[in-house]
Design a protein around this ligand. Sequence first.
Ligand code: GDP
Length: 418
Amino acid sequence: MTTKAQSYLTHFRNIGIAAHIDAGKTTTTERILFFTGRNRNIGEVHDGAATMDWMEQERERGITITAAATTARWTRSGTNDEYVVNIIDTPGHVDFTIEVERSMRVLDGAVAVFDSSQGVEPQSETVWRQADRYGVPRIAFSNKMDKTGASFELVVNDIRERLGAIPAPIQYPMGQENEFKGIIDIVRRRAYTYTNDLGTEIEEHDVPAEFEAKVAEMRQQLIEAAAEVDEDLMMMYLEGEEPSVEQLVAAIRKGTVEKKIFPVLCGSSLKNKGVQLLLDAVVDYLPSPLEVPAIKGKLEDSEETVEFPADPEGKLAALAFKIMADPYVGRLTFVRIYSGTLQSGSYVYNASKDKRERVGRLLKMHANSREEVTELKAGELGAVIGLKDAGTGNTLIADGEDRVLLESIDVPEPVIKL
Ligand code: GDP
């Protein structure tokens, strides 16, 4: 049961973007920040020239994608539903595998980016296994569809064969390589093409006749995969009834959260194609903090575990997952709040260090700005200024509470170096 106090969490997505080096993680993240920065969802009309200027300026200034967690907002295309999308930086280099593991701990879902001309590369496999270990639901983005050698089928087959997962293509590219023109949404049976180079002007239309048979076949497979994880859909399927778009989305999302289905999307982040559709898929198919299992903690000197469900009115439980030195404000401790509310100026108990610590100011990081806030609530991520002792992986709970440590983020098994 979701209480009124928890209801904002249904519109939260805490995600990471994981990829093999060179697959396009940076470009994809940049484009996500570009599109969320102005909330350019499909259907809005924009002034192309102004957009161009803005993007150029951003490029010159350099979008700040170095924050350990960046807060963005996205209104799902075709709706007025605004979502908070926190993008957690997951380091992509093999050397930082432990760092990857740490960041996996604080996200509720991930976008795995693949280079569609390369398929699933060894390092993507490593990151995929880490996500498996931490139970992170994923959607896959077959990037670089414009590149010579690009093949959506290659990525889909590699997900099945190399990763042993069940790919569920929810999109299909209209053309590949030089001919890559747009994207078909298999669930909605709608086609999207781009009329400007920035990808901000999108036309939505019916599926072109040449793709109809392919789309029908893929949609049938999608319904069958979704029916496997959703009883209601299975009943409908057996009775020959066609599910509604909403029912199909809900069932695929259930399969994604249970890690039985991996939706696969496509696009070209370099050419700005498919990024808004990717953001729509993030809100459609990746879970909110309420849909993932509550984090557990171990009570000191006891075998007892305590759960901290995502609830701003619950007991405070937060995890420090990254420490960064900032030239202006000094030491920034990035935290994820799982339960309760962290107040600026308050005292917390650092259970890992057995120390009481004072929280100074609190910040939310955006692509180009930082916002000072007075509190961070359950489900939120931000940075704390003023914590002197907190280190990566430390548990922060309410001052005066019994000592409890959130599930360890130690690497559970040796990390295989490639
Ligand atoms: P990262 O190492 O995963 O962060 O990858 P980058 O985002 O830095 O991209 C690696 C290279 O691939 C760069 O030269 C990008 O310009 C290029 N790239 C990224 N996305 C695309 C794409 O959609 N199409 C093409 N053709 N190149 C891309």
